[in-house]
Write a protein that binds this ligand. Structure first.
Ligand SMILES: Cc1ncc(COP(=O)(O)O)c(C=O)c1O
Length: 385
């Protein structure tokens, strides 16, 4: 089907002065732009009715399938204003592919990549005034998602889906500068098992993480690190971040991240960092790493840095790991040292400017380290008609 969106402008968009006040302190996920995109899918008609409509509530029959069996997937990516005023999103084709993979795992209809990308362009163009100015950490967070909308209580894949795209201005994750976080290493709960849904960005995975997350918060931890479900030995990832470990420093630094075992979400930031770290001359290893190796390595100093990475915070240094039997500090508990030494584009958490946002010191020639990537939007998009 062609990506010809019908456009219904918001009859009462947020006034410019109110929008400016929101953009001055957007926080995360608190405010939403004037419009959203919807696209329907039915078993008989396929993808249909792409539309840009005013942001607003959904009306769902109480027996709508998603409310009962949780057939829901989502993505998360950011659009940044560029110095020339244009707007670009970061590696959206990777999000499109992951969205399709999540759909396949959850027995849902797969949205073609070109429609996914067209939906981003449609919404960002319509709500371009919501994209914060260039030069800072601020962005427009884009949340594509899809739910099962067939009405009925039979346990089977829905015959109807609704794809939606909403957008929310996002401020810097660390308003007062990057701070290391404490992480709770859960030995009681796991996030995903081999053969399960850990590789899909499915809402249910996050519902299951809320109890361990609350447990971690009771210990002052911002994230939970999970072990594999079978042996409770191998480090998988955190609730919304992939994990990286740095051994040594300087020219001898080795960057290690758990291999994609089949229960880990394949993070796009993770993938970018692997490429950049190699380009920066670090030894990069994807392998299994045990909780014991992690804790021992921090205690004996062989691990010099640990960090989480993901779209929301990009890179977050980890200062301490807490668990039922105690805690261990990573190096001196502060930000790590940059193995490449340039201090601005390090693949490690000491980089003041995350490489995924900054072309860096110029050593990266690969798109994984660069903005923009298509689809970019013009400085001023076509008017809503
Ligand atoms: C479970 C999980 N792991 C890792 C990530 C990082 O993925 P990305 O870098 O694509 O945002 C996320 C965030 O999307 C996540 O929810």
């Amino acid at each position: 089907m062609s990506a010809q969106f019908t456009r219904t402008p918001h009859p009462a968009p947020v006034p410019a002065d109110r929008r400016a006040a929101i953009l001055a302190d957007p926080g995360f996920g608190r405010h939403f732009t004037d419009h959203m995109v919807t696209i329907r899918w039915t078993a008989d008609g396929g993808w249909q009715d792409p539309a840009l409509v005013p942001y607003g509530p959904l009306t769902l029959d109480p027996a709508t399938m998603v409310l009962h069996y949780g057939q829901e997937i989502f993505e998360g990516l950011k659009a940044y204003r560029q110095p020339d005023g244009s707007i670009a999103s970061f590696r959206p084709t990777a999000n499109a592919a992951r969205f399709r993979a999540s759909a396949a795992r959850m027995a849902m209809a797969e949205l073609p990549d070109d429609l996914f990308l067209a939906s981003l362009t449609e919404l960002v163009t319509a709500d371009r005034e919501w994209v914060p100015p260039a030069g800072g950490e601020e962005s427009l967070y884009l949340r594509p998602y899809m739910l099962a909308t067939e009405v009925g209580l039979g346990v089977r894949p829905s015959a109807e889906y609704l794809y939606l795209l909403i957008a929310s201005p996002a401020g810097p994750y660390f308003a007062d500068g990057v701070k290391p976080m404490d992480v709770w290493l859960s030995t009681e709960y796991t996030r995903a098992a081999l053969g399960g849904t850990g590789t899909a960005k499915a809402g249910g995975n996050y519902a299951a993480s809320l109890l361990p997350q609350a447990q971690g918060a009771e210990h002052g931890c911002a994230q939970v690190a999970y072990l594999d479900a079978e042996e409770r030995r191998w480090v998988d990832e955190m609730g919304s971040n992939n994990l990286f470990f740095v051994y040594g420093s300087g020219d001898d630094a080795e960057v290690v991240t758990p291999s994609l075992s089949g229960s880990i979400l394949a993070g796009i930031t993770r993938d970018s960092l692997l490429v950049l770290a190699k380009e920066l001359g670090c030894q990069v290893t994807e392998r299994r790493i045990s909780a014991e190796e992690w804790l021992t390595g921090c205690a004996d100093g062989s691990i010099t840095e640990v960090f989480g990475c993901g779209t929301a915070a990009v890179i977050t240094p980890i200062g301490r790991i807490k668990h039922v039997d105690g805690e261990v500090t990573v190096a001196d508990g502060s930000r790590g040292r940059s193995p490449c030494g340039c201090g601005s584009c390090s693949p490690t958490s000491s980089g003041a400017s995350p490489p995924t946002r900054t072309p860096g010191c110029g050593r990266s020639s690969r798109p994984e380290g660069r903005l923009p990537e298509t689809p970019g939007t013009p400085r001023s998009g076509p008017p809503l008609t």
